[in-house]
Every structure is written in structure tokens, then in C-alpha cells.
Design a protein around this ligand. Structure first.
Ligand SMILES: C[S@@+](CC[C@H](N)C(=O)[O-])C[C@H]1O[C@@H](n2cnc3c(N)ncnc32)[C@H](O)[C@@H]1O
Length: 265
């Protein structure tokens, strides 16, 4: 007989220490939205900035910068980059070291910018709260490449971010989304949205389709767990990849026509 589990409706005291946030079980994510990091300003303050010095982080940024280098080589029209949720901008430094003439804009929270300014990092960093909206003041009209590296799953309104990215891009632009594999344990507001098939669908209805099916794996591996029905498009080799680096091209769709007409009127 199949196990039946009861939804936990009892009021529980919040559990203070962080843990692995994502499971597929409805009882296990016990944090309420107000405790999610996107709602707080303290990210990248003195308590959390130390992670940047971890060797594995540096290697990850190295690897990601190679992916971005490949994208720029394949799309030599790329002259401007917008990175949302970059943290203090370490990946940007690696990209700019190879491509110093890029106009590189970054948007994150105030302590990310403090580190960026204190260390005289390259590019231009803006402080904006992206949790529920995306104020585009001060940005370029369009960017040739947008990067969201483990970012979309943190905000409360990923749709408004995707809609604004559509407006901040042109038909030749590319968008690199690094999407975390739920198997690694992660904080999500909308857990199923980031299953591979679902995020591809979500991006498509916002006007972005995969660029020739380009998706890169991460060198880091997750614990094993079986494929879900919502991962039918995920290549076998990426099933236990820490995240999936998905390259998108911008494709005008019926929905975006509607969106543009509505917001321009
Ligand atoms: C998981 S981290 C990823 C950082 C970096 N891209 C990386 O891969 O190492 C998510 C990033 O999104 C930023 N972020 C989260 N919520 C935000 C918000 N409401 N406004 C602006 N940035 C936010 C965080 O400060 C953090 O830098």
C-alpha cells in the first residue's frame, strides 16, 4: 500500500539554523517567505563575504567565465552585458580580464556594492531591490548579453524580471541562465518552476528559447535522485549536474507583443 503522508498544518516554531532547503516533500520546507534571503539586505556583509575566498567558488567562477567567453566568441556582436544578482562581481572580473572593452553592468544589494567599491572592481554596479520588481532606471536601453547566475530562483517575482529582460534586450541578444538542480538543496519560493522542462517553458512564454539547445553542465555533482516527469528534456549527463547553464536567444512571441503594447501605451 502506498504511504500516505499528512500535510503539516500545525503551527511550528521557526527552526533557527540554515539547512538544505529543497526537498520534494511538502512538510520539509518550513521557512516562511519573510525569512528568505531575497527579502534581507545583509547578504555579502562581513558574515557572508568570506565565502568568496573558498577555492571551490573561485574555480566555479573560472569555469563560468569560460562558458561566457565561448558565448562571446560565438556572438562577436556582444559589447554590453547586464548581470543580475552577481554578488560582489567576481565572475565579471574574470570576464572583463579577457574582454576589457565590454560595458558590464551589475545589479545586486548594498553590501555587494560595498565590496565591489572597496576593492575597486571593474564594471558598474547598481544597487536595486529585485525581489518583487525591476526598476530599470540608469541602465542602457538594451544589452547584448544578460546573465542571471543562480539568481532567478531567489526572487519573489521571476516573471517581472523575465519581462523586463525582454524589454532590455534586442533580437540578437543572448541570455545565460544558470538554473540550480533541485537535487543540490536550495531555497526556492516556487520549487517546481525550476525543474528543467518547467523553466524552459517559463522562459519561452517570456520570449526566450534555447539557442540551438546549448546547455552546459557544472563540474560539481549533486546527490543522486531519479529523473522527474518534469525533466523529460534534461540530457542524461546533466541529471546530477549542480546547475544547468542554459543559453537563450530572444524570440518575439504573441505574448510579448501583448506585453509590449500594454506597457508602452
Ligand atoms: C545565490 S546568489 C548568486 C550569486 C552569484 N551570481 C553567484 O553565482 O555566486 C543570489 C544573488 O542574488 C542577489 N539577490 C537576491 N535577492 C535580491 C534582491 N531582492 N535584489 C537584488 N539582488 C538580490 C543576492 O544578493 C545574491 O548575490
Amino acid at each position: 500500500m502506498a504511504d500516505i503522508y499528512k500535510l503539516n498544518t500545525e503551527k511550528k516554531k521557526p527552526v533557527p539554523s540554515p539547512k538544505t532547503w529543497t526537498s520534494r516533500h511538502p512538510n520539509e520546507d518550513i521557512y516562511d517567505v519573510s525569512q528568505f534571503d531575497t527579502m534581507h539586505e545583509d547578504e555579502w556583509n562581513e558574515d557572508s563575504i568570506g565565502r568568496l575566498t573558498e577555492d571551490s567558488w573561485d574555480k566555479r567562477y573560472d569555469y563560468e567565465s569560460i562558458i561566457i567567453d565561448t558565448i562571446i566568441q560565438d556572438n562577436p556582436n556582444i559589447k554590453s552585458v547586464l548581470e543580475l544578482g552577481p554578488g560582489p562581481g567576481i565572475l565579471a572580473q574574470k570576464v572583463l580580464a579577457k574582454h576589457p572593452n565590454l560595458t558590464y553592468h551589475l545589479i545586486d544589494k548594498k553590501y555587494a556594492k560595498k565590496y565591489f567599491d572597496d576593492n575597486n572592481l571593474k564594471g558598474e554596479m547598481f544597487v536595486k531591490d529585485l525581489s518583487t520588481d525591476f526598476d530599470t532606471e540608469g541602465l542602457l536601453d538594451t544589452y547584448d548579453l544578460v546573465i542571471t547566475n543562480d539568481f532567478l530562483e531567489h526572487v519573489l517575482n521571476p516573471s517581472i524580471i523575465a519581462q523586463k529582460i525582454f524589454k532590455l534586450t534586442h533580437d540578437q541578444s543572448r541570455w545565460l541562465v544558470s538554473n540550480p538542480n533541485w537535487r543540490m538543496g536550495h531555497q526556492y519560493v516556487y520549487r517546481g518552476l525550476f525543474d528543467f522542462d518547467n523553466i524552459i517553458y517559463f522562459l519561452k512564454i517570456h520570449g526566450f528559447i534555447m539557442d540551438g539547445g546549448k546547455v552546459w553542465q557544472s563540474p560539481l555533482k549533486t546527490p543522486p535522485a531519479p529523473r522527474l516527469d518534469s525533466e523529460s528534456m534534461l540530457p542524461d549527463s546533466l541529471l546530477d549536474s549542480w546547475n544547468h547553464y542554459i543559453l537563450l536567444e530572444r524570440k518575439q512571441t504573441y505574448n510579448n507583443d501583448n506585453f509590449n503594447n500594454r506597457t508602452n501605451s
